[in-house]
Ligand binder design. Structure first.
Ligand code: SF4
Length: 404
């Protein structure tokens, strides 16, 4: 079976580094303008140049996101922005708006063009149309069925990408006005406030102020909130249908999310078509359960739950991301840890690592902590670089978590 690529979210330079270390074939990220995550820590110009350089050095491809839709008033600024990024050497640019494609082409940028899922490509004629326009890869609409993927691949030969993991949106392929209407923030300009996941009440017209709760589950209503996507157990079917690349959603999610989902999908893509694929499945599913998520589905036509109407989609958090080993390549009991949540002396933690041939993950106990000022401490505060000693060796690239 052909080896499909894993495309990982890089919400900031730190997440990019870990997506690369944990096995991404390609990473995607946006600059300060014109990508569909204006709330993410998008990359400044120096960071963009450095990201492209770092990925080249590690033979990982880069896709730069320019997939917002433009109003006429945005065109001049888009032209200026494109001319400021065109020489960074990205392998590809992700585009939705044909106007943006023209601006990019006119700029002379040397990059492939990938068509965003926002353009809802569902059939081979549409795929052909976009290929003729200059796109080399098509990110299909998420509601494309396996049979349709197969037909598109067979009749166009297009390089095909689909979403494999992460949050879904109740609007098919992101076409939605809810956020613009309720919050004045436009989802199609990358500024969705996710009102589909807010808590709602019901009011009867003649009883103003009398709010009736719409109770769906213990933590709220979220009447439109869909489940999260998880395609790991169906990768072989999708590869067989012609998918070349699987994208993991989540630029706003944690570094731990980027690292762990990347290594699991990378491992699964490598073993697809071999007897090991089913043997490793319980491990992969267990690991994907340890990143925070809503209940998973692999059924894109029934993302609210299997056949039975709405059951509520509370967030599931089974592990806390503690931090990562900051530097050093040799196995060592004492390391510098960049912390993201509190770490306590005596904590039982798990270290996860990129998967080459074997899974190297291990359990460790925190024996001693020295804070950034050099004092012994019982706790490492979040967002610090502390020296942490364990009861066993920590390998390079360790990411730490604690079960809840
Ligand atoms: S409001 Fe919800 S359904 Fe609409 S675009 Fe945002 S996440 Fe998607």
């Amino acid at each position: 079976m052909k080896r499909a690529m894993v495309i990982s979210p890089a919400g900031n330079p730190e997440k990019l580094r870990f997506a690369v270390k944990f096995g991404a074939d390609e990473v995607y990220f946006g600059g300060e303008l014109f990508n569909l995550r204006v709330q993410a820590d998008n990359f400044g110009h120096d960071e963009l140049a450095e990201a492209a350089r770092y990925c080249r050095e590690h033979s990982v491809k880069t896709t730069f996101l320019m997939n917002a839709f433009l109003h006429d008033a945005d065109v001049r600024e888009a032209e200026r922005f494109v001319s400021s990024i065109k020489d960074y050497g990205f392998d590809a640019v992700m585009v939705s708006d044909p106007g943006m494609l023209m601006i990019l082409k006119d700029s002379g940028i040397q990059a492939e063009f990938h068509l965003s899922t926002q353009m809802n490509t569902l059939n081979s004629k549409a795929a052909k149309f976009w290929m003729d326009a200059g796109f080399s890869r098509i990110v299909l609409a998420r509601e494309t069925s396996l049979d349709e993927i197969r037909m598109i691949k067979e009749s166009t030969g297009a390089s095909i990408e689909v979403f494999a993991h992460g949050a879904l949106c109740v609007a098919y392929s992101g076409r939605c006005l809810l956020s613009r209407y309720l919050a004045g923030r436009d989802a199609n300009s990358g500024d969705c406030a996710q009102p589909c996941r807010w808590r709602y009440s019901l009011i009867e017209e003649k009883r103003p102020g009398n709010y009736l709760d719409v109770i769906e589950h213990a933590r709220g209503t979220e009447i439109l909130s869909s489940m999260d996507l998880q395609l790991v157990d169906r990768l072989e079917e999708y590869i067989d249908a012609g998918v070349d690349a699987f994208k993991i959603e989540g630029r706003m999610k944690s570094l731990y999310h980027a690292a762990n989902t990347t290594r699991i999908y990378r491992h699964a893509c490598r073993l697809a078509g071999t007897p090991e694929f089913q043997k490793m499945m319980p491990f992969w599913l267990g690991e994907l359960d340890l990143v925070s998520h809503r209940p998973y589905t692999s059924d894109l036509f029934n993302e609210f739950g299997a056949m039975g109407g709405f059951n509520g989609v509370p967030y599931i958090n089974k592990a806390v991301f503690l931090g990562y080993r900051d530097s050093g390549s040799d196995p060592a009991d004492e390391i510098i840890m960049k912390t993201f949540n509190p770490v306590y002396k005596g904590d039982r933690v798990e270290a996860i690592y990129p998967i080459e041939n074997d899974v190297l993950d291990g359990n460790l106990t925190v024996v001693a902590i020295t804070d950034p000022s050099g004092r012994e401490a019982d706790m490492a505060r979040p967002n610090t670089f502390c020296t942490v000693r364990f009861d066993g060796p920590v390998l390079r690239d360790a990411v730490f978590r604690k079960r809840i």
